[in-house]
Design a protein around this ligand. Structure first.
Ligand code: AMP
Length: 249
């Protein structure tokens, strides 16, 4: 069984994001970039499935600017087998990403596509669902557990009411939650080995997909600065302030 895993290069989650002075976006120059956190969970889960003898190949795909190849290398160093890098001139929207992934999935013919539930840069939470619709495959989103049962997978998703268990037909699209597992660190020998693993390069123009943005971003603003907190001397004063000043109780 082949597993396809999608990994996106995003601003590292520890970085304090700064808005560009002209409000046209956020600063990415000289900013630490990393693999989107839920994508790390997707890579980790694929490795565990392979280690349990239920998969024989893990292919990692990333779409974006040239440096996205570094993100593929990170996944290869964690243990994935090979990579596919699709070159695009700028960051593209989920629908275009899903259309590119559709082409790659049709060519690679995996049984499962493991993705992150959401990219922490655009917070769209759309790509997996769109890919499922384009391929007409089953989908399980925000999964925190996955088990195999013959030609089906049992997934657990965390929803407002509690845990929802679904049985999905293969092939399927599964998007991973951070609670799914604890991603491993790549060891030095594996980082060295990853340098020799193949990465196929595809130009998005050769796929015949229109990647022009359909959403026009008007302006990006900093969130309002938080007001300074105050110290109260006791619960009584706190209650008075909440009642009469904040007027929330
Ligand atoms: P989003 O719909 O943008 O929140 O992204 C959801 C998931 O789709 C991410 O966690 C990734 O696994 C995948 N994805 C989105 N954009 C890309 C990209 N440019 N390259 C590879 N995977 C992507």
């Amino acid at each position: 069984m082949k597993i396809l895993v999608t990994v996106k290069r995003v601003i590292d989650y520890n970085v304090q994001v700064r808005v560009k002075a002209d409000g046209s976006g956020v600063e990415t120059e000289n900013v630490k970039m990393s693999m989107n956190p839920p994508d790390e969970n997707a890579v980790e889960e694929a490795l565990r499935i392979k280690e349990a003898g239920k998969a024989d190949e893990i292919v990692v795909v990333s779409i974006g600017e040239e440096k996205s190849k570094e993100t593929i290398r990170t996944a290869l160093a964690m243990g994935a087998d090979r990579g596919i890098y699709v070159n695009t001139e700028s960051n593209i929207e989920p629908l275009a990403v899903a259309k590119i992934l559709q082409k790659i999935t049709e060519k690679e013919d995996p049984k499962i596509v493991l993705m992150g539930k959401q990219a922490i840069d655009d917070d769209c939470n759309q790509t997996g669902q769109m890919l499922s619709a384009l391929l007409d495959w089953s989908q399980g989103t925000f999964i925190s557990k996955i088990e195999f049962e013959n030609d089906k997978v049992l997934i657990t998703r965390e929803i407002d009411e509690g845990l929802e268990m679904l049985k999905l037909n293969l092939p399927t699209i599964v998007t991973c939650d951070l609670r799914l597992n604890e991603p491993r660190y790549a060891s030095l020998p594996n980082i060295m080995k990853a340098k020799k693993k193949p990465i196929e390069e595809i130009n998005s123009n050769d796929l015949g997909i229109d990647t022009t943005p359909r959403v026009k971003q008007l302006k990006v603003d900093e969130p309002p600065a938080r007001q300074k907190g105050i110290m109260v001397k006791d619960v009584n004063e706190l209650v008075q302030k909440l009642k009469h000043e904040a007027k929330v109780i």
